[in-house]
Every structure is written in structure tokens, then in C-alpha cells.
Design a protein around this ligand. Structure first.
Ligand code: G1P
Length: 287
């Protein structure tokens, strides 16, 4: 069973400047909840009861969001606004979240290394704060079942279009079951002509604790940052790593178009607004 999860949320959010100048990209709203709410919710629904978020400068809004708000709750109670109150209480029911700050932005691998003291010597999940994966059985729970069968690290993957290959960690592996591969090689953000496949790592991983030693051995790679992918490449030499094609729909909210698609899909699923939105979109697109 996987109990602990790391959510790296220290990235600068350059693609969303200027809004990310004064707000963390993980707090961009999908209608009325920030992206990171869905990521924490996935972890909790997958049985995780100990969450550590890696933050950095300018990320305090994340801590405030997951904190309780007794004055606001009291006010809503007095106003008998049970609807808003229950939406707030949903957050209070999440397990306690721990925070560590990454002082300098040295990359995803370095951010994960900051969680070592908290994680200790046990397997753990990593959920990137930009990706929402929607499915009845959460992606992390799907990966946890793979972990319990093989007691080895697991990466969730999907096919990516050729023009997006250079945005992903790309894996090469041997299929052992229809949706499961044993990873042989992983390369961070290759040019499409040098990529070993079109299978990209999405933002969900389960690691054995040996990944921390690999992260310590990892030298700066793409973008002069400590890349998680390079540490996985080191891990592979002595420890099996599996890649799992998850069931579900992935939204890359770190990309402008991906972000808009996420909002539209969530709005079209929202019974309070779906009808009028559909009508508006129909009108707008036939204009
Ligand atoms: C990171 C990882 C990359 C992975 C991607 C998934 O890249 O470095 O290997 O494929 O997340 O979203 P980033 O999107 O932070 O540039």
C-alpha cells in the first residue's frame, strides 16, 4: 500500500505569465476549484494519507487554500449557506498537508529530492501539480495496484503526438501485458527524430525509495536542471521500472490550450451550467 505522496508545485509557471507573477500556476481555477485541488483529491481517493507539497517563493496561496477557514465557515453557518459550507468542508477533510520549500528552481528532480527526509525508506507516489487525470478509479490507485504486484517503480504513460514529443520524458520498453511495459530506456524531452518512441511519461509516478540516491547522482540535464527522467534512467540499471497505460482522461493544465479544454470539459459536466454553456457554444461556433 502506498501511503505517502509528493506533489511538486515549485515551478515558475512561465507559460502563464503575467498571471503567474502573483499567483501560483497550480492555483489557476477550473471553474471554482484550483488545479491542485484535483491533484490532492486524486491522491486521497487513492488511499494516500500523508501528502507533502514542494513549494517555493510566491506559492503561499497553496498553503492558505488547504488551511481551514474557521471565520468563513462560521459566517456561512450563520447564514445557513450549507452549499458553500460543504464545499469548504471538503477541503478541511483532506489529510494534513506538509510543505517544504525549494529555495532555488533547480528542476523537478531537485524538488522531489527535497522530500527525502519526510518520505524516509518507503515507496511513495509523485503527482505533478499541473496534470489532472479524471477517471472513476484514480490513476494513482491504478498504479498502486501495479506496484503491489511487482513491488517496483511505476510510471504512467500515454501516446503523445509527434509535435509534443519534445515536451515529455519518452520511454522505450517491452510490453509484458496489453497496458503494461517494462521500461528499458527513458529520455527527457528528445527531438522527435531522436526519440525512442512516442510514449510519454505523464505526471504520475510511484517510486521505490532508492530513487533518492539516483537523484543525488543526477547531474544537471535538459535546461540545466536536475531532471527526474535522468534519475529514473540511473534507477533502471539496478531496479525494474514499469510503465502503465492508465485508464482515464488526462488534462495538461500547464499548457494554455490544455487549460481551456479542462475548463470546458468540467463546465460541460456541471449540471448547473452545462445546458446554457452548450447553447452558447453552439451559437458561438455557428456564427
Ligand atoms: C515533466 C517531466 C517530463 C514529463 C512531464 C509530464 O516535464 O520532466 O519527463 O513527461 O513532466 O507532464 P514538464 O512538463 O515539467 O516540463
Amino acid at each position: 500500500m502506498i501511503h505517502k505522496a509528493v506533489i511538486p508545485a515549485a515551478g515558475l509557471g512561465t507559460r502563464f505569465l503575467p498571471v503567474t507573477k502573483s499567483m501560483p500556476k497550480e492555483m489557476l481555477p477550473i471553474i471554482d476549484k484550483p488545479v491542485i485541488h484535483y491533484v490532492v483529491e486524486e491522491a486521497v481517493k487513492s488511499g494516500i494519507d500523508d501528502i507533502i507539497i514542494i513549494t517555493g517563493r510566491g506559492k503561499r496561496a497553496i498553503e492558505d487554500y488547504f488551511d481551514t477557514a474557521p471565520e468563513l465557515e462560521m459566517r456561512l453557518k450563520n447564514q445557513h449557506n450549507t452549499d458553500a459550507l460543504s464545499r469548504l468542508q471538503e477541503i478541511s477533510e483532506f489529510p494534513t498537508i506538509h510543505y517544504v520549500r525549494q529555495k532555488e528552481p533547480h528542476g523537478l528532480g531537485d524538488a522531489i529530492l527535497k522530500s527525502e527526509n519526510h518520505i524516509g525508506n518507503e515507496p511513495f507516489a509523485v503527482l505533478l501539480g499541473d496534470d489532472i487525470i479524471s477517471n472513476a478509479t484514480p490513476c494513482t490507485a491504478q498504479m498502486a495496484s501495479v506496484f503491489s504486484r511487482f513491488r517496483s517503480s511505476v510510471i504512467s504513460v500515454e501516446h503523445v503526438p509527434r509535435e509534443k514529443i519534445s515536451s515529455y520524458g519518452i520511454i522505450q520498453g517491452n510490453a509484458i501485458e496489453p497496458d503494461l511495459m517494462r521500461v528499458e530506456n527513458i529520455v527527457e524531452k528528445p527531438a522527435p527524430e531522436n526519440a525512442p518512441s512516442d510514449i510519454g511519461a505523464v505526471g504520475r509516478y510511484i517510486f521505490v525509495p532508492e530513487i533518492f540516491d539516483c537523484l543525488k547522482k543526477t547531474r544537471p540535464g535538459v535546461g540545466n536542471e536536475i531532471q527526474l527522467t535522468d534519475a529514473i534512467q540511473i534507477l533502471l540499471k539496478d531496479h525494474p521500472v514499469y510503465a502503465c497505460k492508465f485508464s482515464g482522461r488526462r488534462y495538461d493544465t500547464g499548457d494554455k490550450l490544455g487549460y481551456i479544454k479542462t475548463i470546458i470539459d468540467y463546465a460541460l459536466d456541471d449540471p448547473q451550467i452545462q445546458k446554457e454553456l452548450r447553447h452558447y457554444l453552439d451559437q458561438r461556433l455557428t456564427r
